[in-house]
Design a protein around this ligand. Structure first.
Ligand SMILES: [Zn+2]
Length: 215
């Protein structure tokens, strides 16, 4: 995706400036205060799109398969993340259920689905509705998607439970670890500025098409 010369306001010093086209893999810095403005990521939209597709697959597998199988005093337990949250819910701790489920399932799920929607829309020039509010929502949700923190929680509980029971790590756990890595890689490969420019590009194309049709 080629970038054009754009007008940009520095977030740090408010200097309005014309930023020339930035080569892929390079950064644009403020002319006045030298602070980082944005990056034109190498691989453009293709890389985050490929990562988010792999992430979706890992995320679905992680949610459908048990995280671990436990045997405590002869009783076998096997549960998915949502299953664990549901157990907390049933045992009268809805707060705990929410703490487990929201940052590890619902919020990352929304971010992943939203990113796929926006990236696909830009990459294949589909002017799908609501891409802009979805991109804003992703930015708001991002601090609350904490799969990595949840992974740490699983590891701690595994160590504790290993003393009491025999544990077999489930497919869901491996998929979850892969998901955490892919989640970090996807977010690292994204540049919000590039996404906004991509959406703007789509919008102007559609506008000129409309003008052509109306004129
Ligand atoms: Zn500046």
């Amino acid at each position: 995706m080629g970038q054009k010369e754009i007008l940009f306001v520095c977030h740090e010093c408010d200097a309005l400036q014309v930023v020339p086209a930035v080569e892929p893999g390079h950064d644009a810095n403020c002319l006045r205060c030298k602070s980082h403005l944005f990056r034109n990521p190498r691989g453009g939209i293709d890389k985050p799109l490929a990562l988010v597709i792999a992430l979706m697959i890992a995320f679905v597998i992680a949610n459908l398969h048990p995280i671990m199988d436990l045997t405590i005093v002869g009783v076998k337990l096997s549960t998915t993340i949502t299953g664990a949250a549901y157990i907390f819910w049933q045992s009268g701790s809805p707060e705990l259920a929410a703490i487990v489920w929201l940052p590890s399932v619902l919020i990352p799920g929304l971010i992943i689905a939203g990113l796929f929607y926006v990236l696909f829309s830009i990459r294949f020039q589909r002017n799908w509705p609501y891409t802009k509010p979805i991109l804003v929502l992703i930015g708001r949700l991002q601090p609350w998607g904490m799969m990595d923190v949840f992974l740490l929680g699983i590891l701690v509980s595994m160590v504790k439970l290993a003393a009491l029971s025999s544990i077999i790590v489930g497919i869901g756990f491996y998929a979850f670890v892969l998901g955490v890595l892919l989640y970090a890689a996807t977010l690292a490969s994204l540049d919000t500025h590039t996404l906004w420019e991509g959406l703007k590009g789509l919008q102007s194309q559609t506008d000129s098409r409309d003008e052509f049709a109306n004129g």
